[in-house]
Design a protein around this ligand. Structure first.
Ligand SMILES: Cc1ncc(COP(=O)(O)O)c(C=O)c1O
Length: 421
């Protein structure tokens, strides 16, 4: 596809209007209001298929990381492609089941699984628990005993590599909370071998998110593959290597390698070993397929700076405030004249409530802006700070826009709260 917008390949400017897969963004704003997240079904499918196809003839399972964008309509689109799912909570498991995902293709990651979540996952028959500590392994064994069914497990190895990404999304460093060191992992596999309630299925590792360099994958795989080899020599028969997610995507300040290059490096590192390769991409599936549509409320000038105050804010899209992430922001209808830089800011009472910078000829009330590459860690990280209601979500499918999540109402916001007696 000949993409005009790197950060959102399915976006086109036609006759002065910005269209996502043929659907005009100004029509979507009109119909559903703003702020609104808009996803392209074809974009999600293309991204998933590209990752899957990059493995060629290699046995693999692409487990979409639900946390990136967890709307059940998105999960349904992926389940229909045969996707597996990487979950980190009981809530995510329920979403996958509701969307028709196959529990046997679910891997369960996360450092703090609770007993009810483990039991629910065991009852549902998930494919594998990615175990992050000895204490968690003991808990899983206990749940397996209580339910009288063996638990499939992989140990998440912390390979101690620097993924060269923002520190908040680097997860492969020894001093972080994720996984266990290689030596401890070996000891955990001994325990798994001893237990009739635990079945070793694989070795797991995840180094971080928005990783824009392939070298850290090679480095991490060296130690995980070596561990798998040692396990094989000791008769621990694992079936898969889970390399996690993390493939970087294009943002205003990032132009990572194509996803095929990451996967080629992974396939190369695993070589002729007979393991199925599992990967857990989230951002690389949903990120470029979605955008956040917002309206200008006011224009103002303070000091030497121009501001476009918009109706989306950090509670809707947290990434710029949390990670200093930089999203491309473009006008839905371009105004004539010379452009200048505007700081695009939301109404929340924090200086960090800055969504990014846009080059605009002007920013007048009602003008629509599209914040690109917002499909991943956009809505799924949205909250209600400043008692703001969360946006609607829309999927464009074959040129038609479908509402897949109602905008939250003020009633939704206070539902469940009550006054003191
Ligand atoms: C264990 C695990 N797997 C997969 C992912 C997905 O990462 P990404 O969206 O960067 O592909 C994450 C993200 O934090 C994760 O923690």
């Amino acid at each position: 596809m000949n993409a005009e917008f790197n950060a959102c390949p399915r976006l086109r400017r036609e006759g002065g209007r910005l269209r996502l897969d043929g659907a005009a963004l100004d029509d979507i704003a009109h119909q559903f209001g703003t702020p609104v997240y808009v996803y392209s079904r074809a974009g999600i499918e293309d991204n998933w298929r590209r990752i899957d196809a990059a493995f060629g003839a290699r046995d693999r399972l692409v487990c979409y990381a639900v946390k990136a964008c967890s709307n059940i309509a998105v999960l349904d689109v992926l389940a229909r492609l045969g996707s597996g799912f990487d979950i980190v909570s009981g809530g995510e498991l329920e979403r996958v089941l509701k969307a028709g995902g196959d529990p046997a293709k679910v891997v369960f990651s996360g450092v703090g699984k609770q007993m009810w979540e483990i039991e629910r996952a065991l009852r549902a028959g998930i494919g594998c628990f990615n175990v992050e500590s000895a204490a968690e392994l003991a808990q899983i064994e206990q749940a397996a005993g209580d339910l009288n069914r063996a638990a499939p497990v992989a140990v998440r190895v912390n390979p101690d590599v620097d993924a060269n990404t923002h520190p908040y999304i680097a997860t492969g460093l020894r001093d972080g909370k994720f996984g266990v060191g290689i030596d401890e992992a070996e000891a955990l596999y001994d325990e798994i071998q001893r237990s009739p309630l635990l079945e070793a299925r694989g070795v797991d590792c995840h180094i971080g998110s928005q990783v824009t360099d392939i070298a850290p994958y090679r480095e991490a795989l060296q130690s995980t593959v070596a561990l798998a080899d040692r396990l094989a020599r000791r008769g621990v028969g694992i079936e898969h290597l889970d390399i996690g997610g993390g493939f970087g995507i294009a943002y205003a300040d990032a132009g990572p390698p194509p996803v095929e290059d990451y996967i080629a490096a992974v396939v190369d590192a695993v070589g002729a070993r007979p393991y199925r390769i599992i990967t857990e991409p989230g951002r690389a599936v949903a990120g470029s397929a979605g955008l956040l549509l917002t309206s200008v409320l006011h224009r103002k000038r303070n000091g030497g700076a121009d501001f476009a105050v918009v109706d989306a804010a950090m509670n809707d899209l947290l990434r710029p405030a949390l990670y200093q992430a930089r999203h491309d922001i473009v006008a839905v209808r371009r105004r004539g004249g010379e452009t200048r830089a505007f700081n695009v800011v939301g109404p929340v009472c924090e200086s960090g409530d800055t969504l990014g910078r846009a080059h605009l000829a002007d920013a007048r009330r009602g003008d629509l802006l599209a914040i690109l590459s917002a499909g991943a860690y956009g809505f799924s990280m949205a909250g209600n700070y400043n008692s703001r209601t969360r946006p609607a979500e829309v999927i464009v499918d074959g040129g038609e826009a479908h509402l897949v999540r109602l905008r939250e109402s003020i009633q939704d916001l206070i539902e469940g709260e009550c006054l003191l007696p």
